[in-house]
Design a protein around this ligand. Structure first.
Ligand SMILES: Cc1cc2nc3c(=O)[nH]c(=O)nc-3n(C[C@H](O)[C@H](O)[C@H](O)COP(=O)(O)O)c2cc1C
Ligand code: SF4
Ligand code: SF4
Length: 270
């Protein structure tokens, strides 16, 4: 293997924990870790080689992978690099998201060798998958990382015929193509955060927004065309001044909490 890369997008931070656990399971010291919440990182073109290994970890939004890789993957060239595709989700379902991420990787020239779906605390800050990934998830993620590298070693030494579908995606990945339409509920207004008078104008939300949807000179507004409703500004504001107070959304969040309490376990595909 030449180089190992980790590409992750983690607005609230749970996806990052899963990514870190997986790559700690690789047992490698020399890794390039790229945080794609930084818009500047997403502008950098990368040409991988067929000797490289690339771990990609992204959250599920409304039954699809967050839309970031749909654009970002135009900037990178797999050139036969091996890809491990992973989604995180908030204990409802990952629907077609893992298939979608895997297909995006294959379409960008990667060869998929392993995949997984991990449950993480729901971004909405509701009582759903609270405090996950927990110790059990983290240990499983490390094991997944170790097993993925072992598989790669066997492939390098003995060759291995991967069982792929017509899209070049591993046949065992669940999901359907064409992908499901992203859920779109009518919440009676755009699903973007509002800022209350509690705001102390610290600027953290504008600096940290992964899509630059909050103007740096006006923290009271949010660009609804840019906002991906990732909840980062809501969860990280030091005085809890950001929220989505729409009643229909609050009701929906309560419904999710009531409906999806049964613990789901991580799934790995090797
Ligand atoms: C807009 C939005 C939509 C989401 N849709 C789903 C979903 O369809 N299914 C699910 O189980 N979790 C869903 N989640 C939860 C996230 O996938 C999950 O909490 C993820 O771990 C967040 O990653 P982060 O902490 O790195 O930001 C959604 C979260 C957001 C913000
Ligand atoms: S992080 Fe909170 S307090 Fe700081 S500018 Fe944004 S809304 Fe205001
Ligand atoms: S403004 Fe939207 S995209 Fe930006 S951090 Fe807040 S929720 Fe995320």
């Amino acid at each position: 293997m030449n180089k190992t890369y980790v590409l992750y997008f983690s607005p609230v931070g749970t996806t990052r924990l899963v990514a870190e656990a997986i790559y700690s399971g690789f047992g490698m010291k020399d890794l390039t870790v790229i945080d794609l919440c930084d818009p500047l990182e997403r502008e950098k073109a990368i040409e991988f080689t067929n000797e490289d290994l690339v771990l990609m970890v992204f959250p599920v939004y409304a039954g699809r992978v967050v839309r970031i890789p749909r654009y970002y993957f135009n900037n990178i060239e797999g050139n036969g690099a091996k890809a491990i595709t992973v989604v995180t989700y908030g204990n409802r379902a990952y629907d077609d998201a893992l298939y979608e991420l895997s297909k995006l990787a294959v379409d960008s020239g990667f060869e998929q060798i392993a995949a997984a779906a991990f449950v993480c605390e729901h971004s909405f800050d509701i009582d759903l998958a609270k405090d996950r990934p927990d110790n059990e998830d983290i240990e499983y993620a490390k094991t997944f990382g170790r097993k993925s590298v072992e598989k790669l070693d066997v492939m390098d030494a003995e060759g291995m015929n991967l069982s792929l579908n017509a899209h070049g995606v591993m046949k065992i990945i669940p999901g359907n193509f064409p992908f499901r339409t992203q859920f779109r509920h009518d919440f009676g207004g755009p699903l973007v955060p509002e800022t209350s008078s509690e705001c102390i104008s610290c600027g953290k939300c504008a600096r940290d927004c992964p899509v630059l949807a909050i103007p740096s000179d006006n923290f009271m507004t949010t660009d609804a065309k840019k906002c991906i409703t990732c909840f980062r500004c809501i969860r990280k504001c030091p005085v809890s001044a950001r929220s989505i107070p729409l009643k229909d959304f609050v009701d929906h969040a309560k419904w999710l909490t009531d409906t999806y309490q049964d613990r789901k376990e991580a799934e790995i595909f090797l």
